[in-house]
Every structure is written in structure tokens, then in C-alpha cells.
Design a protein around this ligand. Sequence first.
Ligand SMILES: C[S@@+](CC[C@H](N)C(=O)[O-])C[C@H]1O[C@@H](n2cnc3c(N)ncnc32)[C@H](O)[C@@H]1O
Length: 219
Amino acid sequence: MNRVLEPEFMDDPEQTQAYAQTDFSKENEYFINEFRRCFPDFRSGSVIDLGCGPADIPIRLVQALPNCRVIGIDASRPMIQLGEKAITTAQLHDCIQLRCETIQRTFLPALADAVISNSVLHHLPLPMDFWTTITRLAKPSAPVLIMDLARPQSTTIAQIIVDQYAHHEQEILRRDFYNSMLAAFTHEEVSVQLSESGLGHFVITCPDDRHWIAHGHLV
Ligand SMILES: C[S@@+](CC[C@H](N)C(=O)[O-])C[C@H]1O[C@@H](n2cnc3c(N)ncnc32)[C@H](O)[C@@H]1O
């Protein structure tokens, strides 16, 4: 099945509200645990989260690693507003800074010590923008952990996955999940992108039937 693009930014308030209300704790906790497992020596420093959404992952990261600081970037104003609210509730404004801008145009005053991103690559029309941004914004040797959906072989399988994992979710969330699966890259396509970005040494695996996850150090 060929890739079908979905809108790059999630800036419809109803859509962002539905996303923020969905319980992604299992996926997000897995992501944090993977970061700690892959980079056990990384305990402090600045971490950039590309496409941070409602900031659940930045919050979980600084709760797990209190000496880290996170800069979350998202081009969606409603997402950033929901993220700010969550950070206020968690009382973590000292540790997490959110910026409403595109990752392609982000410039940091200092290069980041680490990069994370979950469920964002599939939003980009040009995937190489994503990998170039990572190498542009972080220090040499910085740890990087990226996870995203994997495109299934057919629309039928995409629908089966939506029905299996999101049968109880709001319709708007089910629609976005389905569209995201169609817009996602396969494990093989991501491997090619990594090689072409000079990141061919990254390790990429499929933790379940709908995700891939890649990690490694920048050169
Ligand atoms: C599916 S959400 C994932 C949010 C978050 N990473 C998480 O795991 O919950 C994707 C987010 O990426 C943002 N996004 C997509 N393309 C972007 C870009 N080029 N620059 C900044 N944000 C982008 C969207 O606005 C959206 O909030």
C-alpha cells in the first residue's frame, strides 16, 4: 500500500482535545523506559522533543530523570496550550519549556544533549526534513530515540488495528489513528532514510504490530 499523506499539524481544537484526553500511558511509559534502557548513562542535560503534542512524554521524562530539562517543539497552538496546562498541573515549568514552531525552522541557542520524538515522522510530507533536523539541533554523540507508527500492508489491516486498539475511543481519534497508519512509513523505508541521513548505525526494531522504534548516538 502506498503512503497517503495526512495534514502535517494537528491544530483543530476538537482533534487536539481528543488526543490529549486519550490514555497513551502504556505507549509513553514504554517510550521512557526504552530511553532509559538504551541510554542508561544519560541522566542529566537538555533534551529536545520534536512534535511534543500535549507534553505527556516531556513530563514523564523529567519525572523519571529529574536532572533533565526538556524543550518541546510543536507547530500546533492548541497542542502547545494543552501542554502548558499539563505542565502547570505537574508543576514542572522549571524543567520543561514549550515552543510553538515547526521543527524545520527551530533554532536553539545551544545544541541539545539528546533528542526524542514519538509519533511525528508520519506527519511530515518530506521525511528527510525530520532526520536533518535531528542532526542539526543536537550535539555530536547525542542519544536519539524515535518511535512512530508503521504503515500496514493494506487499508483492511489498518482498519483491523484501529478496531483492535481504539474500539472504545472517540470517532475523531479513530479517524486520526487510521489516517496516521496510512501516512506512516514502513520499517524498511525508515531504514533507508536513516542510511541516507548518515544514521545507518541506528538500531531499528518493531516492538509490536503497529510501531517501529529507532535509537542510536549521533556521530
Ligand atoms: C500524533 S502527535 C504526537 C504528539 C506527541 N509526540 C505524543 O507522543 O503524544 C504529532 C504532533 O506533531 C506535530 N507536528 C507535526 N509536524 C510538525 C512539524 N513539522 N513541526 C512541529 N510539530 C509538528 C503535530 O502538530 C502534533 O502535535
